[in-house]
Design a protein around this ligand. Sequence first.
Ligand code: ATP
Ligand code: MG
Length: 286
Amino acid sequence: MKFDLVKEFNGHSGCKVLLCRDADKFFVRKLSGSLTYNKRLRKQFIKQKKFTLPFVKTPEIYNYGYSAKNELFFFDMEFVRGKALSDTIGILTATQIEAFIDLLFNSLQIKKSNVNKEANFIFQNKITRLSRIAGNKNRLIKQALNKLKRFDFSNIDQSDCCGDLTLENILISDDNKIYLIDLLDSFYNSWMIDVAKLLQDLDLHWSYRHCPPDINVNLKLLISKNILIQKILKLENGNTVLLQIYYILLLNVLRIAPYAKDKNTHAFIEKSIDKIISTINTMEQK
Ligand SMILES: Nc1ncnc2c1ncn2[C@@H]1O[C@H](COP(=O)(O)OP(=O)(O)OP(=O)(O)O)[C@@H](O)[C@H]1O
Ligand SMILES: [Mg+2]
């Protein structure tokens, strides 16, 4: 197929994300960064193709295959004209933020979830494997791992979810629709994992770790976090659910540690573990 390359987007996964044009039609091609990543990108493509969460969309898939030159997997999808929520949150009004959080929250499959009897086993398995590679030399990491090992994950709901719900992966189209990209299967699929990923940005500012502090962004993140937390607290056993989500968040942050290469990411991990542990301690004292 012949088409023009318009520009290359920035991603972190090693994939190439290309804006292309075929005659008058724009599309985005996501191309695996290596043969070993093919499998993961294929899973992402399948999940995106089957995507059915209410109130939110995902770009329509047009085409997929393996590049003839190097056998790397790719898929082509609808180009969403708009911006990532991470880029626009600073200029949104409180009312707009409330509307977006409402839509996102209503898309979560809370009512369509079930309890998996293996949940605690699956989580503890993950924690054991992580403790082998996360390095026991760091005092804070050790403390976090011990806390996670003592927690009971038995009641973590299992449900459909997006898998990587960071603000960078939420696109707001010019006509104000929410599109989710980068759908991933997590080691455990749960709407609670999506909320934990959201809090990784709203509470810990993950997507902004390389950016200079911005008072507008920080204020809007705080407003969003408070709206989201209030919604969780209103659920049945809301306090327990929120505690479970913060434990998942702690696990998420620790999972980043073995791959952290730069100073900002190391600083993010240290600061975040400290913050989550004190949030958890406060919740557990109540
Ligand atoms: N369908 C699309 N329409 C418009 N922009 C897109 C689309 N898909 C991706 N992008 C842009 O490209 C960027 C990178 O895409 P994507 O998140 O899929 O890459 P990635 O390498 O998997 O990144 P990461 O794993 O770090 O989230 C997005 O943040 C977004 O700006
Ligand atoms: Mg992304």
